[in-house]
Ligand binder design. Sequence first.
Ligand code: GLV
Length: 311
Amino acid sequence: MLRTSAVLRLHAGALPPTREELLSGVAGCSGILSLLSDRIDAEVMDAAGDDLRVISNFAVGFNNIDLTEAERRCIPVGNTPDVLTEATADIAVGLILAAARQFRPAMQAVRDGGWRTWEPLGWIGQDLVGKTLGIIGMGRIGQAVAGRMQAGWRMRVLYTARRQPELPPHLAAQRVALEELLAQSDVVSIHVPLSEATRHFISRPQLRLMKPTAVLVNTARGEVIDQEALADALQSERIFAAGLDVCTPEPLPLDHPLQSLTNCLLLPHIGSATTQARAAMATRAAENILAGLAGRPLPYRVAPPTIAPQR
Ligand code: GLV
């Protein structure tokens, strides 16, 4: 899609560009198509130069982009909403089941010889049917997870949201305060974007409110959870288990405490990793670039932050 209308400068290789490669790579570019692993800030915008007309993130999340700086320079920022909702909700459900039923230690036992016989008390997990699900952040993905767990597992759904969302009629869910959600939920699933307001949203005081049998799942951004506090809570069995598709940093160092805890199940940020979702994300990211280069409104534009007028 892009080759027909633009000269492309591609970063080759499986790993993200170094900061130096990023800064030199964007020099003179009119558009930047970034991944969530690329920090796009004032320095990168400066390095691109005055021709920069659009930034298009290959992700629905955009915490890696300095929106205020882009807005100040009148550079629109695009993302890829909607097309990864179902794929990401599926991964959240997978993590809920896998963490609640101890997939990690059970699979490990199969591989390392720890599975010696059928044990009446071996790898006992938590039931889910009819239990309470707490959704932190009832946006598109939160609603999709809630819908699946209510329809399939008859779960009662509680949620927190900054603003009252318009929920689909088939979804029965109750908006409550975070403290109440944490105290009542058997499963807590995180779906808020990362911002200054949500960094370490789940830390020691919040984990202390959760049930000892509770499962915590995160498919949003790693920094929403205070990982040191989570490691302590899992280690001391303050909560039952966690299933994380995201962490900080990514990849998580092999010697990080969360790596060795058998009640912590980690995935390498694969929420949107299906053929259909990734192809649709690519299309949306390209459509945003093409619109920006042509000076048209981006079809999938991130709402710019409100900036106080400068005196
Ligand atoms: C993935 O995490 C995304 O934001 O698209």
